[in-house]
Design a protein around this ligand. Structure first.
Ligand SMILES: [Mn+2]
Length: 335
């Protein structure tokens, strides 16, 4: 879906103030897309004042990219007369934290640039949205915008965009041909593939390893038709734990946990599972279950998350029954 013409969306009056906002706890894709967009806008319009906001700061890997490219971000959202905000890589408005109230109340224009399935929560506040669900990442979309505008990114920005693409495409496992084209072009502009890979590698912290192991220990196994569902309860690192369960061999997995008075869940599935069942974890599970329980959720076909305000055991059971309903089969507990 492309609701807006890309080049029109990049036009802003000279000398205006622009804000670029990442989703909370920005990952590599969000941060790289934001700094790429900042450079593009600045090159199109030298008089713009541009600041990047990253509510709750950057994730660990995004910090590594930042160390290589030195692009400053503001962790606190303190607007100062911006006439337009670009929101990058943010599939649900609730991921904007404090910035959301300001965007709702102010007259500033809001433009979303994203590769997540579009959500009504962003439509309400958007002047325009550039959404391409076929793109591997928002970084890939930003690279496309550079090309549309006939602007060449610097070597530094090319490296960051490459890292964003590698990060969100799971090291190109999910890459389409246009993703690979983007990768080749960014490398020709001076981005170093090996350097980008190294930036994305990180020794797992011991706390994460413990969460993954404990998550496996408390594992509940369900057979749902021909599929194996692995589900667990763990207080932290739900995304990593769910991913780990799929790596162990589950077709679909989720990890639920309570944290600071909210219950979070991350879901993961294999590409094979999605191809065979067509079950989209983002729209058919995360968004649906979240909305039915006054929470927020969304994501991609094989990776999604949600946050609600109900006890973790209750969410656990809701998810098992929702998944079995979607798969049209009874969930049979194996342990
Ligand atoms: Mn992304």
């Amino acid at each position: 879906m492309l609701e807006a013409e890309p080049l029109k969306v990049l036009k802003v009056p000279a000398s205006s103030s622009i804000g670029i906002i990442c989703h909370r706890h920005a990952d590599v894709d969000a941060y790289s897309a934001a700094l790429g967009l900042a450079e593009l806008l600045q090159k199109l319009n030298g008089k713009l004042r541009i600041r990047i906001f990253a509510p709750d700061g950057l994730g660990l890997l995004a910090k590594k990219v930042q160390a290589a490219v030195f692009e400053e971000v503001f962790e606190k959202f303190e607007p100062s007369g911006e006439s337009r905000f670009y929101v990058v890589d943010t599939g649900h408005a609730s991921l904007l934290k404090d910035a959301l109230d300001h965007l709702k109340a102010s007259k500033a224009e809001v433009v979303f640039i994203d590769h997540h399935p579009p959500s009504d929560s962003t439509k309400e506040i958007a002047l325009a949205r550039i959404i391409d669900e076929t793109a591997s990442s928002t970084s890939e979309i930003v690279h496309m915008l550079f090309k549309e505008a006939s602007v060449i990114p610097t070597q530094k920005t090319s490296l960051a965009l490459l890292a964003g693409i590698l990060y969100d495409s799971q090291n190109l496992k999910l890459a389409k041909v246009h993703t690979l084209e983007s990768v080749v072009e960014l490398c020709r502009l001076g981005a170093d593939l090996q350097q980008a890979r190294e930036m994305l590698w990180m020794q797992r912290e011991q706390s994460e390893v413990i969460a993954r192991l404990k998550g496996s220990q408390r594992l509940k196994i369900h057979r749902v038709g021909e599929w194996m569902l692995a589900a667990t309860i763990i207080g932290s690192f739900q995304a990593s734990v769910a991913r780990g369960l799929v790596e162990l061999g589950a077709d679909i997995a989720f990890a639920v946990g309570e944290h600071e008075e909210e219950t979070r869940c991350c879901l993961r599935a294999t590409q094979h599972f999605y191809k065979k069942t067509g079950l989209h974890l983002g729209t058919s599970i995360a968004t649906k279950v979240a909305e039915a329980n006054n929470g927020a959720g969304g994501g991609h076909p094989t990776a999604a998350s949600l946050t609600v305000n109900i006890p973790q055991e209750k969410l656990f059971n809701i998810l098992v029954s929702e998944i079995s309903k979607e798969l049209n089969a009874k969930a049979e507990q194996m342990n």
